[in-house]
Write a protein that binds this ligand. Structure first.
Ligand SMILES: Cc1ncc(C[n+]2csc(CCOP(=O)(O)OP(=O)(O)O)c2C)c(N)n1
Ligand SMILES: [Mg+2]
Length: 574
């Protein structure tokens, strides 16, 4: 046996089923070894068209399944191309494992062909990186990598393997596969003793206007049932972050919507008015809480559940109860403690008030205008009407993503996959490929922007060649819409370097890559296009024309507070 075979056997033992990547000089021996595994149907290799796409696909796979997503690249340019995808996974706590080939040990540090110091480059944008120095460490560190990627708060791990190790012979008896062995590694302790749970319950019981805010940790721990039980018991409305959208079915009556910078006005209002906020698996980034001063001034109480205590420590606000551990587990303890108190709550005024806000703000959201293009909210409603509840959507980054945040109805956990923390354009299409590999029986649709699509669309060719039938809808406003919007509203209308020409033909691009292409000029066209894509079971691109100056609302002025929400088009006057 050699190092490459050792790696392949370990990957199989660890349950790796799909690897997204591109081969090159430094990971070729691994690919060669995998030939037998591919032939036996143990492992599938998906050939991406750019390594960024491989990292996003692994990320999409991980987010759709909860299992680690795996990608591989050769040394130097290959591994460097993974960087954006790895940072994207880290910022959104997604368990990606990247295997990067490295130049031979004897060449490291000598400016060798395709050498890049990958540990140096990625150390601050991944959960962990290790460069292997000894062939017997390959199985140990692959196992450790899978463990680190998924343990506690998930995140990406890079295993950098000098290519001479792949060829090195190993003696069977000396191989260790089985234990996780990470020197100096300590798990964060669970920190939620009965006294703290009691204190949290006391605060919740005495709250007049409690609110539950759910984030990506609630999705990662699959805590949907517990959140709903608790919300029902407390009669507390639920708001979410962008990544937390799929933590509760968005048609659940107490779900009010995404809050934050581009959040729903009623969700932001509920947050501003609440006297107690129970935060479940959200780190309260500057996208969600745009001004911490608002909170400090409001004196509201915070109970925060997070698996990573450093998320809580980083916050500049006073946290009344910090519960550290898995959301599902801690919510169960809270529910039990609350049941033993057995209080019946009367909060109809609070709920009624929020529903009134919702009704009031609706007049600004659901506007139909005649003229150019389709309305984003209605296009999303139309798409939702055609897709089954368990369909998975991914997005690019921009206005279309924010429209999804506000208007898309995520109905099951792990069905809304988007780049939140890093805001990486180009995420949607390759993430959809990964999600489809993880959930081949579900419909997977990338709700993309034209600018975002253009960044990673080369990977559509992968979807075609490898029969991965994803549907891509392009919200085609011929512009980098979100940047344009900021120029338009806050830079005095000085529009620069955002608009694309009129010539690009997305239907021909789709067809040129072997996919189906549809132009949805009307909502009816859109329905037909989706139904046809599903029926044909082929990768498809559907172009949805959107007016260039359509806005993503609500929004805030740059650096603004949630109190300064802009709800209707300021260009139209009052
Ligand atoms: C890789 C990357 N480059 C630049 C940006 C800055 N940026 C944020 S949104 C946006 C425009 C996105 O355009 P498009 O994908 O067409 O979406 P739209 O806003 O038009 O819906 C840009 C350039 C980014 N987020 N990511
Ligand atoms: Mg655009």
């Amino acid at each position: 046996m050699n190092g490459a075979k050792l790696a392949a056997e370990t990957l199989k033992k660890l349950g790796a089923r799909v690897i997204f990547g591109i081969p090159g000089l430094s990971n070729m021996t691994l690919y060669d070894t995998l030939v037998d595994y591919v032939r036996n149907g143990d492992i599938r290799l998906v050939l991406m068209r750019h390594e960024q796409g491989a990292a996003h696909a692994a990320d999409g796979y991980a987010r759709a399944s909860g299992k680690p997503g795996i990608c591989t690249a050769t040394s130097g340019p290959g591994a460097l191309n993974l960087v954006t995808g790895l940072a994207t996974a880290f910022w959104d706590s997604s368990p990606v494992v990247a295997l990067t080939g490295q130049v031979p040990r004897s060449s490291i540090g000598k400016m060798s062909f395709q050498e890049a110091d990958i540990p140096g480059v990625v150390q601050n944008i991944v959960k962990f990186v290790i460069q292997i120095k000894n062939v017997y460490d390959i199985p140990i560190w692959l196992r450790n990598a899978f463990y680190i990627a998924t343990e506690g708060r998930p995140g990406p791990v890079v295993v950098d393997i000098p290519r001479d190790l792949f060829n090195e012979k190993v003696v069977d008896g000396d191989i260790k596969f089985d234990e996780v062995d990470i020197k100096g590694f300590k798990k964060f302790p669970v920190y939620a003793d009965p006294m703290m749970i009691k204190k949290a319950v006391e605060i919740l019981v005495n709250a007049e206007k409690p609110l539950i805010l759910v984030g990506s940790g609630a999705v990662a721990s699959m805590a949907t049932d517990e959140i709903i039980i608790l919300a029902d018991m407390l009669i507390a409305p639920i708001v979410s972050t962008l990544l937390g959208k799929a933590a509760v079915p968005n048609d659940y009556p107490l779900y009010i919507g995404m809050m934050g910078y581009y959040g729903r006005a009623e969700a932001n209002t509920a947050f501003l008015e609440a006297d107690v906020v129970l935060v479940v698996g959200a780190r309260l980034s500057d996208r969600t809480i745009t001004s911490y001063k608002d909170i400090i001034d409001s004196k509201k109480k915070f109970i925060i559940i997070n698996i990573d205590p450093t998320d809580i420590e980083r916050l500049p606000i006073k946290v009344d109860v910090a519960l550290v551990g898995d959301a599902k587990e801690i919510l169960r303890r809270l529910i039990n403690a609350l049941m033993s108190v057995g209080v019946k709550f009367e909060r109809s005024n609070w709920i009624r008030r929020i529903y009134e806000f919702r009704d009031y703000y609706s007049q600004y959201y659901y506007v139909d205008e005649d003229g150019e293009g389709l309305k984003p909210w209605r296009a999303l409603k139309t798409i939702r009407g055609v897709l089954p509840r368990d369909a998975i959507v991914t997005t690019g980054v921009g206005q279309h993503q924010m429209w999804c945040g506000v208007f898309w109805e995520a109905l099951e956990p792990r069905t809304f996959i988007t780049s939140g923390g890093m805001g990486t354009m180009g995420f949607g299409l390759p993430a959809a490929i990964g999600a489809k590999m993880a959930q081949p029986n579900r419909i997977v649709m990338d709700l993309d922007g034209d600018g975002s699509f253009l960044m990673t669309m080369n990977n559509l060719s992968t979807a075609v060649d490898e029969y991965i039938p994803i549907i891509v809808a392009i919200f085609d406003n011929r512009t980098l819409g979100l940047v344009r919007q900021v120029q338009d509203l806050f830079f005095g209308g000085r529009i620069i370097s955002v608009d694309f020409g009129s010539t690009i033909d997305y239907i021909k691009i789709a067809e040129g890559l072997g996919a189906l292409g549809f132009n949805a000029e009307t909502y009816e066209d859109l329905v037909v296009a989706i139904k046809t894509s599903i029926k044909e079971n082929m990768p498809s691109v559907i172009r949805i024309p959107i007016k260039k100056d359509e806005l993503s609302l609500p929004t805030l002025p740059p650096g603004g507070s949630l109190r300064e929400m802009i709800i209707h088009d300021p260009r139209k006057g009052n």
